[in-house]
Design a protein around this ligand. Structure first.
Ligand code: NDP
Length: 288
């Protein structure tokens, strides 16, 4: 039997509708959530992502600002702008669009964001909180995956989850979030021997490699939930995931498509983090 498709656009729509209400509640109390996006250079993909984030922000009721710097911008001037945004009471969430030009140190730049405004969850404090099981702002892509599992009623506790990829923005936080929910977690990397032996044992398989169609049907356990984070541009211009979708669909229990799977959830969870940051700021202002 063919797998159930986890429709990221539909699920993202549900989550956005819920959080739009929360943004509107804040607005009634006189606080519109504000999100600032800092972008350096003219990477075409980054420019599209930033514009999409600004549009999605407006649609859900978030005020948004884009702070664009030329490729030649120095680290000090970018950090100074972030510090100004930290002090700006109209801005509740700040994110730096990655990747940054090579002469800038990502950790130093994202580390300049105030912890309570770190909508992407990349600040080392927030990374540490995630490790400690006390998440402040979960990184958006793994947060989106967890939300998809929750919305589709897929249990995590006691399941064997296999995460392929160990990047700081997807693989590692994904593994930690699954662990936090009680899964038994295996992390695979480019150095893993016999990858298929691990992936075939997964009840939940999350793939974040960046290589088109790498996970084939023979690598998947019948009935497994297969989450494809990968986004790859093929020579013909089409997008493809890391999973060989058509054959794997015939074997899995649930599967995410690419495009239209994890992607729409990632941006949605950024909006949720920004609204949550504003809610916390509002709660702090009431306490004072
Ligand atoms: P990175 O390049 O930072 O990490 C890729 C990971 O895959 C590395 O840990 C690498 O291992 C591992 N890997 C590479 N080859 C193999 C292999 N043959 N077997 C097992 N593991 C392997 O990528 P990201 O995590 O940033 O992104 C991964 C994919 O997800 C990309 O396609 C990206 O575009 C997409 N993405 C999608 C998002 C969305 O919203 N849907 C958001 C973010 C990313 P090692 O560490 O040993 O090198």
């Amino acid at each position: 039997m063919s797998a159930k498709i986890m429709d990221g656009n539909a699920l993202a729509g549900e989550v956005r509708a819920e959080w739009k209400v929360r943004a509107a509640r804040l607005a009634e109390k006189g606080m519109q959530p504000g999100l600032a996006v800092v972008i350096v250079g003219d990477n075409p993909a980054s420019s599209i992502y930033v514009r999409n984030k600004a549009t999605a922000s407006r649609e859900i009721g978030i005020y948004s600002e884009i702070h664009a710097f030329p490729e030649s911008a120095g680290q000090d001037e970018v950090i100074q702008r972030i510090q100004e945004l930290n002090d700006n009471p109209e801005i509740h969430g700040i994110l730096v669009q990655l990747p940054l030009p090579r002469h800038l140190e990502s950790n130093k730049v994202t580390g300049a964001i105030a912890v309570e405004k770190d909508a992407d969850g990349f600040h080392l404090y927030n990374v540490g909180a995630l490790v400690a099981g006390n998440t402040v702002f979960p990184p958006c892509t793994p947060y989106g995956v967890m939300k998809m599992l929750e919305k589709c009623g897929i249990p995590v506790e006691g399941q064997h989850a296999v995460v392929v990829g160990r990047s700081n923005i997807v693989g590692k936080p994904m593994a930690l979030m699954l662990l936090q929910k009680g899964a038994t977690v295996t992390i695979c990397t480019s150095k893993t021997r016999e990858l298929a032996e691990h992936t075939r044992r997964a009840d939940i398989l999350v793939v974040a490699i960046g290589k088109p169609h790498m996970i084939t049907a023979g690598m998947v356990k019948p009935g497994a939930t297969v989450i494809d984070v990968g986004i790859n541009r093929l020579p013909d211009g089409k997008l493809a995931g890391d999973v060989d979708f058509e054959p794997v669909k015939e074997k899995a229990g649930y599967i995410t498509p690419v495009p239209g799977g994890v992607g729409p959830m990632t941006i949605t969870m950024l909006l949720c983090n920004a609204i949550e940051a504003a809610e916390r700021a509002q709660a702090r202002s009431v306490q004072v």
